[in-house]
Design a protein around this ligand. Structure first.
Ligand SMILES: Nc1ncnc2c1ncn2[C@@H]1O[C@H](COP(=O)(O)OP(=O)(O)OP(=O)(O)O)[C@@H](O)[C@H]1O
Ligand SMILES: [Mg+2]
Length: 232
């Protein structure tokens, strides 16, 4: 569904990604793990069109999208849950969700119900200001807002960041339901243990390059992953 071929990207003279190739097949949950500064966020931005690519190609269902503006990629079914959530704090929970459905004018009631069934607390707080929510609730809102765009493929940048274990377990369990509903998931995570347990396959990114790939299970038992990311 998503294929990245020898992608390079960066910020002026800073080269953040070198020759990155990877693939996410339809229906998979694929994780990308790596240390701080490895280039994980840059890769998600390059895929979603927020960050220009310098070389290489990005294919979504066989269509080359590497130069397409971000809003057109959303219409093709690619939606990013950004690092740090980026919710609209002065707006209500429900208005944040409605903004997620900007690609279509009407027909949002069913999608709202779906998001509220994944995250019932958002239904309870639908009229509250988003900025008054806890960190975990804001992360749920960020995921819910992305789902309102009816993605075929959901990109998530560190959804567990700063969350209590119970909260991120809930979010990870919703990711499984989202995949069951036919959405493909590409997930960047600093909680490597949880990510590799959730993912069908995963890639390790180090200093802007893919250095390892395998099934979640293979990487969990790989001594290099254990030493660098699992504290074994
Ligand atoms: N806006 C920017 N301007 C200049 N350099 C940047 C910018 N954003 C990131 N970088 C640099 O690009 C490299 C990759 O950063 P990136 O944010 O993609 O890493 P990351 O893997 O997401 O890290 P983290 O785990 O801390 O979120 C780093 O060297 C970083 O300093
Ligand atoms: Mg990052």
């Amino acid at each position: 569904m998503l294929k990245i071929d020898r992608l390079a990207s960066g910020y002026g003279r800073i080269k953040a990604l070198h020759d990155v190739s990877l693939e996410v097949k339809a229906g998979e949950i694929v994780a990308l793990v790596g240390a701080n500064g490895a280039g994980k966020t840059t890769l998600l931005k390059a895929i979603s069109g927020v960050q220009p690519i310098v070389a290489g190609q990005v294919f979504l269902n066989g269509v080359e999208i590497g130069k397409m503006p971000a809003h057109r990629r959303v219409r093709l079914g690619l939606t990013l849950v950004p690092e740090g959530r980026q919710i609209f704090a002065p707006l209500s929970v429900e208005d944040n969700l409605r903004i997620g459905a900007w690609t279509r004018a009407s027909d949002v009631a069913g999608d709202l119900d779906q998001v509220y069934s994944y995250f019932p607390i958002l239904n309870d707080f639908r009229n509250r200001l988003a900025g008054s929510l806890s960190g975990g609730q804001q992360q749920m809102l960020a995921v819910g807002r992305a789902l309102m765009a009816r993605p075929r493929m959901l990109l998530l940048d560190e959804p567990s960041m700063g969350l209590a274990p119970l909260v991120f377990k809930q979010i990870f369990s919703v990711l499984k339901s989202i995949r069951q509903s036919g959405v493909t998931v590409f997930l960047v995570e600093q909680n490597v243990n949880a990510a590799l347990h959730l993912a069908d396959r995963a890639y390790v990114l180090e200093m802007g390059r893919v250095t390892l790939e395998g099934t979640g299970r293979e990487l969990l038992s790989d001594p290099r992953v254990q030493a660098a990311y699992l504290g074994v």
